[in-house]
Design a protein around this ligand. Structure first.
Ligand code: NDP
Length: 272
């Protein structure tokens, strides 16, 4: 029987994951089936059990179920425990469910793909939601000189800084605490979804700085449109999406797919 995988979400029909995973499977000659499964908001656990019963071996998990996935796992990876969220489910040989989180490693690999070294860099992370919690451990592992997390709700950024303080130099606060210049500024808010710009100072980017928006789309986000004229080099979250997917594929199949052709294919499909 063909091994089955899927992405669970709600809504999920616009997900690029089936396209990405089909390309990985084709490229590595792995016989798998990967579908998008829309799940009722209160039905996550039942959906995973039903999927296993129908031959499911693993899944990606997207909004709003990463917390539900975290709760149902029998075993968690270290990075999933730190993230407080699971985006990759794996069915173990003993019928137990193992949970991992590949979002953070996806972001760091995307920087590596673009030859952006993070070691010794001063990094500003904007936002303090689930996605930011997921990236902080891999980001701090790169040994930046400092990570500053700022958020509209300052207490959430302060809490994150507290929770990750054992891993490196990190502090958190409200937008009014942003000071000095940064080598990398990562927008991890969902403000881009509604075309809003977080209130950031005009003088933010050091020489040769990078602006990264974790969101991606057919047009550069408002944040990237703002950052470009202020001297930053620009990256969107499409590469992160592909890299986190590649890490999930590797966890399931123990084969590492090439991401460059899939990046290219998606970029063309977005038409910019
Ligand atoms: P959450 O809902 O958990 O968090 C949202 C964050 O955005 C909070 O920090 C919130 O602040 C902030 N925010 C929302 N609106 C505004 C605004 N108008 N101005 C300033 N701040 C705002 O979302 P996630 O963390 O799950 O996702 C964040 C983004 O990351 C999304 O755009 C998502 O698409 C992207 N993402 C991309 C991935 C990829 O592979 N490329 C993977 C995962 C996520 P407050 O706390 O004050 O409400």
């Amino acid at each position: 029987m063909t091994d089955r995988y899927c992405v669970f979400g709600n809504p999920v029909k616009h997900s690029k994951s089936p396209l990405i995973q089909a390309e990985f499977a084709h490229q590595t000659a792995q016989a798998i089936e990967y579908t998008a499964e829309e799940v009722p908001l209160d039905g996550f656990t039942g959906a995973w059990r039903a999927f296993i019963d129908a031959g499911g071996r693993g899944a990606n998990v997207t909004v709003p179920f990463k917390g539900d996935a975290f709760t149902l796992c029998d075993t968690l990876s270290h990075r999933a425990r730190r993230a407080g969220a699971v985006n990759t489910l794996i069915l173990g040989g003993n019928g137990r469910t193992y949970g991992d989180n590949t979002d953070g490693v996806g972001l760091v690999r995307d920087f590596a793909y673009h030859r952006v070294a993070l070691a010794g860099k001063r990094i500003l992370v904007v936002g303090a939601g689930g996605a930011v919690r997921g990236i902080l451990e891999p980001l701090l592992a790169e040994q930046p000189s400092e990570v500053v997390v700022v958020n509209r709700t300052a207490a959430k950024a302060e809490q994150l800084a507290h929770d990750f303080a054992d891993l490196g130099s990190i502090r958190g606060g409200g937008f009014d605490t942003v000071s000095g210049l940064f080598d990398v500024v990562i927008n991890g808010t969902s403000a881009s979804l509604t075309g809003e710009l977080p209130p950031l100072p005009d003088k933010l980017f050091a020489a040769n700085a990078w602006a990264y928006d974790m969101m991606y789309g057919a047009e550069p986000t408002v944040f990237l449109q703002w950052a470009g004229p202020r001297g930053a080099k620009l990256l969107d979250g499409l590469g992160m999406l592909v890299e986190q997917a590649a890490e999930s594929f590797f966890l399931w199949r123990n084969v590492r797919p090439a991401t460059a052709p899939v990046r290219e294919m998606l970029r063309q499909s977005l038409n910019y």
